[in-house]
Design a protein around this ligand. Sequence first.
Ligand code: BG6
Length: 479
Amino acid sequence: MALRDGFLWGGAVAANQLEGAYNDDGKGLSIADVLRAGDVNTPRVIDKDGPLSGMNYPSWSAIDFYHRYEGDIALMAEMGFKCFRTSIAWSRIFPNGDETTPNEAGLAFYDRLFDCLLAHGIEPVITLSHFEMPLGLVKNYGGWTNRKCIDFFARYAETCFKRYQHKVKYWMTFNEINNQSDVFYPFVVWTDSGIVFKDSDSFKTRRQIMLQAAHNEFVASARAVAIGRSINPNFRIGCMLGFVPVYPKTSNPDDILAAQRAMEERWYFGDVHVLGNYGSYADRIWEEAGAAPVMAPSDEAELQYGCVDYFGFSYYMSRCVSAAKINSTPTNFLGDDSNDYVKVSDWGWAIDPKGLRYVLREIDGRYNGIDQFIVENGLGAYDKLEADGSINDQYRIDYLRAHIEQMKLAVDVDGVSLIGYTPWGCIDLVSAGTGEMEKRYGFIYVDKDNKGNGTLERKRKLSFNWYKKVIASNGEDLA
Ligand code: BG6
């Protein structure tokens, strides 16, 4: 058997993308609640000062998981899920982020949710911050640019760790903390750190601000790990990176160097979480940006003490980088999807299953066999509801099968230590990047369209029974 007994097969979601109930039971607004719907060609507008009337904010109702979780979890149990990755909406617990007392009604919701999962034998895997910091922390403190957020996050983490210490073992601190590297993509800088740059901000200014925010998040993550360990030494607390590997476009040594630089941007985030310090190449990154982040004297020790227990990451695609392109557009140093050897999805994401094996091996080598957890992977696609009510998503099965095959090779042949696999959006939900419902990832179809119309009825897709078989055979039966 390629995969270990107890391998954590499951699925992944995030609170803001499926719960809805955006102001129920005392919840405050989060940064996700001011993101308007967009689509494949239209970027999401960020209403940073608060929601405007008449606009469509998809997170407000999403798929109403807040009121329907029992039925949804029963469907996941039917597929045989061993675990379920979701996040806690920080603004359900601390509505503005800076309160000293948590909101009991918010805490009680997650008690009910975790109890329901455990009753089905499903292990909760919990992200503390998945693109949903309280909007109050952005409006009143400037988001993660402000070190005060470290204390607010630590209080939030401690509250969750204490409350759920007997229900949750697997945690992650910040979802895809490294997305913000791409400082000319406003969406990712907002969702990671609550920052909106001025149009006039230069590349260097943006990079300095982002690197400071990331540093504050690293310290917050390390502090949370330390707090978690003191509450329950059996916790396993991981990091979470969006791991898009960047390949050289050609064997031209200039392209090789460009790809190496792009990969350093990935390792920058992984190294601090796993090794507890910035690699020597960080000096080059700071020099490029024109300044290093400001650090407190105690940060070094905190980072060193708060190293994570496992490496969680999402894998959807790879990229290519060419020195010639960077010469004309230096801000494009992380490459793009123009790889002649792979196809792309309807949203232009490169479909590259072998890239997953490559990533698993790279992480394994760099971090000395660390436990890894693939906490997101999947195909966003348009699904067709047939007249007989079926959804024949063979393309999704093909995508997942190809990735699971590569994952098994990494474990079986390459010896990578892998804890689990939770495909993204196991039930259709709001797309983070575009705010659409019709960019679907699920094994479970949800009747809702981009305009918000639909009955919210759930239906099993073709992939539902396929994934059930995969789990039952511990990944042996992929037919
Ligand atoms: C990851 C995020 O970036 O990819 C998820 O952690 C997100 O929140 C997922 O939904 C897929 O991206 P998208 O834009 O298709 O929803």
